[in-house]
Ligand binder design. Structure first.
Ligand code: A3P
Length: 270
């Protein structure tokens, strides 16, 4: 194809890098990678693989830098990025609002107890000889007083973080994805996300199969091409004793109930 023709074609479709109109803002270990990978199966969605961390770490780099992190897209496509730390970083909601008060915000959430264990498991995979989960989660293992200063515990206080976001954005601009349901019923959960984003339901049952070895839903791209998320997703968690689990459940219960009330949906973590 002659270069000039190519240029006109590209212009016609307004091919270029665009700032996101939707963000997957959290939560860490909430199935954010699976969600982004599933969304990127949609021809109407474009998004970078890596986490840009613009609104928390690289804000000083400016909007042009941020745009450059995005893949090229056509005018009809939606650009989405995921950076799970956005949900819990206090400065982020105002910054997002300043860029676009119409931003669509997607939050993948998971039982905060399992989320904390998953977070801990990820931590020890990078660092050997660390403390046991219980030693980190409780200030006093005998009394079971929860250490609310530990980040893995704090991230799970979903209602607190949501209140900060709600000062800037109405509830209608949020969509909450249940991580548990994304594993059990990826088709149903993806139908709801596509609806929220105003996309046709292209990502449907054709794209998923359950891989027994992995123990998770995986992606079928064509008859011969399929893939699961890598081994950093779906790790084996250490066994935590039932008393500790119960104490953590008791600790999170009021925060979970508050979260259900704020969102208007019961996620079933008890
Ligand atoms: P575990 O590794 O603790 O099982 P994130 O991508 O936000 O870091 O979340 C990781 C979690 O996504 C995994 O935590 C896993 O439970 C969950 N997940 C959801 N759907 C998945 C899928 N299809 N394949 C692998 N992991 C998935």
């Amino acid at each position: 194809i002659p270069k000039s023709t190519l240029k006109t074609n590209l212009n016609r479709f307004h091919w270029g890098r665009r700032l996101p109109s939707a963000l997957i803002i959290g939560v860490k270990k909430g199935g954010t990678r699976a969600l982004l990978e599933f969304l990127r199966l949609h021809p109407g969605v474009r998004g970078p693989g890596p986490e840009p961390h613009f609104f928390d770490k690289y804000y000083h780099m400016g909007t042009d830098w941020y745009r450059k992190q995005m893949p090229p897209s056509t005018q009809g496509q939606i650009t989405i990025e995921k950076t799970p730390s956005y949900y819990v970083t206090p400065e982020v909601p105002a910054r997002v609002y300043n860029m676009s008060h119409r931003m669509k915000l997607i939050v993948a959430v998971r039982d905060p107890v399992t989320r904390a264990i998953s977070d801990y498991t990820q931590g020890i995979s990078k660092q050997r000889g660390s403390k046991r989960f219980e030693e980190m989660a409780f200030l006093n293992v005998t009394t079971g007083l929860v250490d609310t200063s530990w980040r893995a515990i704090r991230i799970g206080l979903y209602a607190k973080h949501l209140k900060r976001w709600r000062r800037f954005f109405p509830l209608t601009q949020f969509h909450f994805v249940s991580c548990e349901n994304l594993i059990l019923d990826p088709v149903g959960e993806m139908a709801k996300v596509q609806d929220f984003l105003g996309l046709q339901k292209v990502v449907d049952q054709k794209y998923f199969y359950f891989n027994e070895t992995k123990g998770f839903p995986c992606i079928r791209k064509s008859r011969s091409k399929s893939h699961c998320l890598d081994k950093t997703k779906g790790r084996t968690h250490p066994k935590i004793n039932t008393t500790s689990l119960q104490r953590l459940r008791d600790f999170y219960r009021p925060f979970n109930l508050k979260f259900y009330q704020l969102v208007g949906k019961d996620f079933g973590w008890y």
